[in-house]
Design a protein around this ligand. Structure first.
Ligand code: C2E
Ligand code: MG
Ligand code: MG
Length: 579
């Protein structure tokens, strides 16, 4: 390795004739630093953008012992462990840590490297590169915050509240006790927003949250679930105590007027409640049931309470699900499953760049049942594996018949963990390699993060076959940048939840901005789902989203344009954004 000083003095020589100078110029331009660590003498040589990492007034660390002093003890340990693990597994190591460098400030660093072994398998050298990732880290921190907290009240958002509710259910089950989940909805809040404007509306939401918080016991939890509704988790609450608790919360909102700069505003709230684990064991079902109870309460009038009363027994739900599974099984045999195609359009030209295949089941009366009504059930009961195989066949047939078409298909978590679907797809693509580049496989963010190692294997194998991979419903599950780096996906599909309140909701705008920033740092294409209005489309384009999908541009249809036009209709796919 050439010494940096020598390299610097010779910079005027044409770079192309001197590969080592080209390497130095590239490192400096990228703000990166390369190192070469000789373990025998514990000596490190550095080359590249030294000033990005080290304090110019202090000696550059010339040994690992010295370099270690620039990190916290735990970061130094992480660093060592990354190298040690790498020795066991081969390949390359990567790790991230903070370096106390420039003028006492710390900088986030991403290090990648490899070792050299001698003939006896002994490590002689480690070499690699350092890159600063402060910008990415601050985006990650923003994402963490938006992912957990509501920006109007500063309390938990729905996602985090759901997580806490799941924990509360585990807790009460463990101690054989009961808890309650309440959803408090401010009555006629839309009228308040209309009369006083959103600024006062937001202030009132904040004050309501404070009042509710004030009347919660220390271990109980509050979060904002949506617009005008708050969720409360009460540990240790019996069915008898539920009514009293709900009435207390109704009272604390109604009894005292809210003073604002636009005068005193009276508010009332209604409450829906449910007891767990007796009336539900997952946060999702408890939250949905409490919402039903709240709607019931609101129908009774303001300041009302209603407790969830199961309308159909669990047995009836089970019977319904089994019947639905049977129906899907018959549909599979009778070829009554079909695909509906929904366009994804270029955000600037509004031209279709691709279509997503969405599964439909034909009902006896000729209508079509949307995927949302049967996929969750068959995912739970296991039939989804065969269904995904059928979808793969139908989509590949469509691609073969239409050489200009780009299609996306959804694959369920069960087939991510079971290698057979992947093998079958690779076999099909190997027979006709022209298909792969026109196929996008969508996996949901939550499925991908469920078992990162498995998903990473799945995504890497798919990539090798030449198709592209999209992370579906992205943003809702909060994936960190670090995790994303293990998944070399091509496309981020921003969840409909972040689009539906646009163009007016500031938190949604910030979330989309953050996700677009994240995607751009990783050179990923962004797609916004659920675009229903031109205002949303324009704003999303201005925020930097590349591709749009939603009812505004076209509902999923089983009679797509290319079939109606017998092949000479509008051009499909391949406008460039997606390729
Ligand atoms: P997804 O992959 O996120 O698909 C988008 C869903 O949003 C579709 O519902 C689509 O009809 C709906 N949608 C599209 N634009 C809009 C809009 O502007 N507004 C609103 N409100 N909704 C919109 P669908 O077809 O019922 O599918 C639901 C979910 O079922 C899909 O979500 C996907 O996760 C799953 N799914 C669909 N087809 C398949 C399949 O073939 N295999 C597997 N494993 N899952 C599938
Ligand atoms: Mg999808
Ligand atoms: Mg989606």
């Amino acid at each position: 390795m050439s010494h940096p000083a020598v390299i610097a003095s010779a910079k005027s020589v044409a770079l192309s004739q001197h590969p080592e100078l080209t390497a130095l110029a590239s490192l400096e331009a990228a703000g990166d630093l390369a190192f070469f660590w000789d373990l025998d003498g514990d000596q490190i040589d550095w080359v590249g953008a030294m000033e990005e990492f080290f304090d110019a007034d202090l000696p550059t660390p010339a040994s690992m012992a010295m370099f270690d002093t620039l990190m916290s003890e735990s970061d130094a340990l992480t660093h060592r462990q990354a190298i040690t693990r790498h020795l066991a597994h081969g390949d390359r190591y990567e790790c991230q840590y903070r370096l106390h460098g420039r003028k006492g400030a710390s900088v986030w660093v991403h290090e990648r490297g490899q070792v050299t072994l001698d003939a006896n398998g002994r490590v002689t050298h480690v070499y690699g590169t350092l890159r600063t990732i402060d910008e990415l880290k601050s985006q990650e921190a923003k994402l963490i915050h938006y992912a957990d907290y509501d920006d109007i009240t500063g309390h938990y958002n729905k996602r985090r509240l759901r997580e806490s509710l799941d924990k509360a259910v585990n807790y009460v089950q463990h101690f054989s006790t009961t808890g309650a989940y309440l959803v408090v909805g401010i009555d006629r809040f839309s009228v308040i927003n209309e009369c006083y404007g959103f600024r006062i509306g937001d202030k009132l939401l904040n004050r309501v949250a404070q009042r509710l918080l004030h009347h919660l016991r220390i271990a109980d939890i509050i979060g904002r679930v949506d617009g005008d509704r708050f969720g409360l988790i009460l540990y240790h609450c019996t069915e008898d105590e539920l009514v009293g608790a709900a009435e207390r919360f109704i009272r604390v909102i109604a009894e005292e007027i809210f003073n604002t700069e636009q005068g005193a505003i009276p508010l009332t709230a209604s409450v829906g409640g449910i007891i767990f684990p007796t009336q539900g064991v997952t946060a999702t079902e408890l939250m949905a049931r409490a919402e039903i109870a709240l709607q019931h309460a609101k129908r009774k009038g303001s300041s009302s309470f209603s407790q969830f009363k199961p309308m159909v027994s669990d047995k009836a739900v089970q019977t319904h699900n089994l019947a639905l599974q049977d129906k899907v099984r018959r549909a599979l045999q009778n070829k009554d499953l079909c695909l509906a195609y929904q366009p994804l359009v270029d955000a600037t030209t509004h031209q279709a760049v691709s279509y997503e295949c969405l599964l439909r089941m034909k009902n006896p009366d000729g209508t079509l049942m949307p995927a949302a009504e049967f996929i969750p059930v068959i995912e739970k009961l296991g039939l989804i594996r065969q269904v995904d195989w059928a979808v793969m066949d139908m989509a590949l047939d469509e691609l073969r018949a239409n050489p200009d078409l780009d299609l996306g298909i959804n694959v369920s978590p069960a087939n991510i963990s079971d290698g057979r679907w992947l093998n079958q797809l690779m076999e099909n693509l190997a027979k006709d390699p022209s298909l792969a580049k026109r196929l996008v496989v969508e996996i949901t963010e939550t499925a991908a993060m469920d078992d990162l190692e498995q998903s990473s294997h799945f995504v890497n194998a798919l990539k090798k076959s030449g198709c592209r991979i999209a992370l579906d419903d992205f943003g809702a599950g909060f994936t960190s940048l670090r995790e994303l780096q293990y998944l070399p996906v091509d496309i981020l599909k921003i969840d409909r939840d972040f689009v539906k309140l646009l163009p007016d909701d500031a938190a949604s705008i910030r979330m989309v901005q953050t996700l677009v920033g994240l995607a751009s740092d990783l050179s990923l294409v962004t797609v916004a789902e659920g675009v229903e209005t031109i205002e949303q489309a324009n704003l999303l384009k201005d925020l930097g989203v590349a591709v749009l999908q939603g009812y505004y541009f076209g509902r999923p249809t089983t009679d797509p344009a290319w079939r109606l036009a017998h092949g000479d209709g509008q051009a499909v796919g391949q406008t460039g954004v997606f390729c």
